[in-house]
Design a protein around this ligand. Sequence first.
Ligand code: BGC
Length: 447
Amino acid sequence: MTGDVTRPAPDFWWGAATAAYQVEGAVDEDGRGPSIWDTFTAEPGRITDGSTGAVACDSYHRWREDLDLLNGLGANAYRFSIAWPRVQPFGSGAVNAAGLAYYDRLVDGLLERGIAPFPTLFHWDLPQALQDAGGWLSRDTAERFAEYAGVVGDALGDRVACWGTLNEPFVHMALSYAFGTHAPGEVLLLDAFAAGHHQLLGHGLATQALRAASSAAVMLVNNLTPVRAASAEPDDVAAARVYDAFHNRMFLDTVLLGTYPEELADAEVVREGDLATIAQPLDLLGVNYYNPTQVKAPGPDNPLPFEIVPLEGYPRTGFDWPVVPQGLTELLVGLRDSYADALPPLVVTENGCAYPDEPAPDGTVDDPDRIAYLDAHIRAVGAAREAGVDVRGYLVWSLLDNFEWAEGYTQRFGITRVDFATGERTPKASYGWYRNRISRDWAPDLP
Ligand code: BGC
């Protein structure tokens, strides 16, 4: 074992985030089993540019370069994810030592550079064998997730700073099971609820397994959004409230209060005792923030109890997402106001933007829009801290341009450009800006 594991936590975690399927590549190496994303990307028409994560950023081989990039930033935390199918190729039972060894090297490499490892156990790449048995629609997947968490906890728990159990269970429920735009492509609309509940159960069981294996901190990473009603009409306000229940409160009330929001309280898949399992005490709550959501009452042909409408009047990213930094302050302050003592300290575990930045003839990449985005959002975190919210970290999405799920390689979120033909990394102007920003920490004259 290498690195100084007794180093005290800094006052604030500054760093970046990535996810296994988006950056690693090497999908057939060292005994990794197939994941639902290998299956999904092989289906014609699923991914905008027809691409896959088979090579992606090739971080499985180029991880030292990635860690050096983090080191060059002055980052003290790196949020990456562990590919379940590398550790358990078929989702249960036999452990693949060669796959686990990759994360062992990564964790040691981080510690050697003085960077705290923040691994997430599930960032959407479910072993295909578990999908064949029902995926997250099956309650058994929650048990399997806890088994996997125990394996990883035993192997790395002496060196990890903070575990993340699930990444964005709402987004996985919605895009993968309700609307089918992400793997495994199920279109179940409201029946996707079971996939959300079983993820929550898996989170609770995995938290117990991690506690048994390791004394590292544990968090859940949620995608959260301030929800705005499109008008003051009662139907729009009611629809916004229901959307808020699905997107935010389903993954907060359960975990922090041990209750389902009243709008979702009579679901059949919820068994006696589940909520007590789900509501394990947490050390931190991870908050991924991209933009607010505007909602109106559904039209007559809409099978859902809400309808999302574009939020106009703001600048937009390359992904056509509105840029609303004050939404992040609103979100963080709102969490404190809503959950008070039940709320653990917060870490912004993802925030960032895609822009179609291109290299200049000399190879440099100027991305002023990204710099403006990051500056405004970090200031928004500062405003929440000034309002007394306990925010302990900010991790930019993403360290690298990477495989952006259904959008393939058409959306670049990185502070580092990746040439996907060669794997070459080029820090963008935003990388240099962020390095300077990190070096200033929360000096009294900031934000
Ligand atoms: C996900 C990332 C994704 C990012 C941008 C988040 O929902 O956790 O994997 O790349 O948003 O879409």
